[in-house]
Design a protein around this ligand. Sequence first.
Ligand code: DQA
Length: 153
Amino acid sequence: MTNILVIHGPNLNMLGKREPEIYGTDTLAAINQNLNQMAQQNSVNLQTFQSNNEGEIVSRIQQAGSDQIDFIIINPAAYTHTSVAIRDAFLATRIEFIEVHLSNVYAREEFRMFSYLSDLAVGVISGFGKSSYLLALEAAVIHCKQSVKPRTE
Ligand code: DQA
């Protein structure tokens, strides 16, 4: 079974109330529920994690390395544009990931156009609201099926 971890960064616990004109009216719980439904349909073991704390996100990525997580879907939120530490955690663990954004970060302020993670990601999905996460899960499932796992023997 494929193990996928979804990481939600800072302020995403406030979805539903937070700038709904940009981020929509769905709560994080509703997004996670949709992801879980889709994961079940695709026989994926899905875990979700949200933190407002950069160090906790770094620790969760490190832990994923020893937890047999096959793939990460991450919305790093504001840390996208600032975090060398999260970049280094992905470099250290080498876990493949998709970077997700609810809003189209290229149609907003200039500082949102730079990401510390995009060049390391398998791909980036930005601008489709809640569907960004669902599209990312669909892409992750296809990607994991296609990737050849390294031999252990
Ligand atoms: C975001 C975009 C970021 O620029 C912002 O800081 C967020 C959310 C998005 O999902 O559109 O918090 O990652």
